[in-house]
Design a binder for this molecule. Structure first.
Ligand code: GSH
Length: 196
């Protein structure tokens, strides 16, 4: 199903967030559910020259990379009525225009018993995007995040709020990529903070 098909004339739509959207949706929605999507892994492989970085020193934010056995946990937000158009208009600027993300349709699996999967829109930055940065070592990613900031704040805030979401809302889910980068950033800044 194409994004336009899931959107066309809809009075209700689910939008899946897995990065800043999990802690800062900033659009009105009817309800939200924690859960996951299959076939994608979350990686800090996308550049950000607006929200968490600039053209000289781009930040690193998350995107989704296809991987058959992977799954990514986040939050799906249901928008209804006028919220559909309002949320898509807002996210188009925040995600697509300023962030380089494209929309795709995925199947979202809400956590908990007796929950049926739903089709959801998701914003993904693909490798052909001009500000896509791709893989790097944990240390390289941590060093970049530790020094970057943009119009929405520090890149470390983006990282730590996402890690905190996973610890609080998905306590049984391990995310070695996310938590290893968080640990590396804290190891980088600890001596600086304690030296002062
Ligand atoms: N599309 C992902 C990632 C979204 C994301 O982190 N987008 C950046 C744009 S580069 C953003 O909105 N940043 C706002 C912020 O950092 O406060 C999601 O569903 O959460």
């Amino acid at each position: 199903m194409k994004p336009q098909d899931i959107i066309a004339g809809k009075s209700s739509l689910w939008i899946f967030g897995y990065g800043s959207l999990v802690w800062k949706p900033d659009f009105k929605y009817k309800r939200s559910k924690i859960g996951y999507i299959k076939g994608y892994k979350r990686r800090f492989w996308h550049g950000d020259n607006f929200h968490r970085g600039d053209d000289e020193v781009p930040g690193r934010v998350v995107t989704l990379i296809e991987e058959d056995d992977a799954c990514t946990w986040g939050v799906a937000f249901e928008v209804t009525g006028s919220q559909v158009e309002e949320s898509l208009k807002y996210l188009n600027v925040r995600e697509a225009v300023r962030g380089g993300y494209l929309t795709q349709v995925v199947e979202f699996f809400p956590q908990g018993a007796n929950q049926s999967p739903v089709q959801a829109l998701v914003y993904i930055a693909t490798p052909d995007n001009p500000i896509y940065l791709g893989p790097a070592s944990t240390e390289e990613i941590a060093t970049q995040i530790a020094v970057c900031r943009g119009k929405s704040g520090h890149n470390m805030e983006y990282l730590i709020r996402l890690a905190e979401f996973m610890r609080v809302s998905c306590p049984d889910v391990d995310d070695p990529h996310l938590f290893s980068i968080e640990a590396a950033v804290l190891a980088t800044i600890r001596p600086i903070l304690l030296a002062g």
